[in-house]
Ligand binder design. Structure first.
Ligand code: HEM
Length: 212
């Protein structure tokens, strides 16, 4: 019984650690991209107004009617790429991959960045362009190369939860505030800092309430 309790304790800590920094860092990146692209922020606000209005909070029922905001969040996850290599894994038997032998017990990392930042895949990988995730009718398109949560059997356990949280937090923030730079002539840098996650350089923002 003691062992089960310790496992549960560890599992809850794992979920907490893996689930907080990642989501909050993505929100910080989204606001930073809004400061650098006010037209994109304005289009998100229009979608919130058209679908939700200001009389109630956004809910998950609204998500399928808000493809633009979903495309913006996907583009933030792609370009900011907060878990650049993913955590380390170990091969549990000798593996031959593309002609290379990877011996048992070798530590391997998945270079997620090699896909999310690949010009061969995206054409203009360095450009913040949410439209790449929309079709000609403005509907969300699925791109197999969109792998910020990694892929395969060890894909992020919290992918659905993270997408849900990001949608609810961001739509509510967009509904309530307009984000403005402190100095429009000197926008905060989009250059990130690489640590446990890839996070934005510290910046200041003015959150102007949309109600009076
Ligand atoms: C924007 C948010 C998030 C991103 C970008 C993200 C990304 C990732 C990535 C790249 C991995 C590594 C997968 C691999 O080993 O190949 C991972 C693993 C994991 N994530 Fe997330 N994550 C996010 C949010 C969350 C949330 C909200 C939770 C749970 C509350 C969570 C729980 C986990 C767990 C438990 C693992 C380990 C899975 C395993 O090793 O089997 N993540 N995540």
């Amino acid at each position: 019984m003691k062992c089960k309790g310790a496992n549960l304790n560890r599992a809850i800590k794992d979920l907490f650690i893996a689930g907080t920094e990642t989501t909050s860092t993505t929100i910080l990146w989204t606001i930073l991209y809004f400061l650098n692209h006010p037209n994109i922020q304005a289009r998100c606000y229009k979608e919130v107004q058209d679908v939700v209005g200001s009389g109630r909070l956004p809910s998950m029922k609204d998500r399928s009617n808000m493809p633009y905001i979903q495309a913006v969040l996907q583009e933030v996850l792609r370009i900011a790429n907060i878990v650049i290599t993913g955590p380390p894994h170990t091969v549990d038997e000798d593996v031959i991959f593309n002609g290379y032998v990877i011996p048992k017990h070798t530590v391997v990392f998945a270079n997620i960045d090699s896909v999310l930042a690949d010009d061969g895949v995206w054409g203009d990988a360095g450009v913040f362009r949410p439209e790449r995730f929309l079709d000609e009718n403005g509907q969300l398109v699925k791109r197999d190369e969109f792998i910020p949560f990694s892929m395969g059997r060890r894909v992020c356990l919290g992918e659905s939860l993270a997408k849900m949280e990001l949608f609810l937090f961001m739509t509510t923030l967009i509904q309530r505030f307009e984000f403005k730079p402190v100095n429009p002539n000197n926008l905060p840098t989009l250059k990130g800092i690489l640590g446990l996650t890839h996070s934005p350089t510290q910046y200041e923002v003015i959150a102007v309430p949309r109600w009076t």
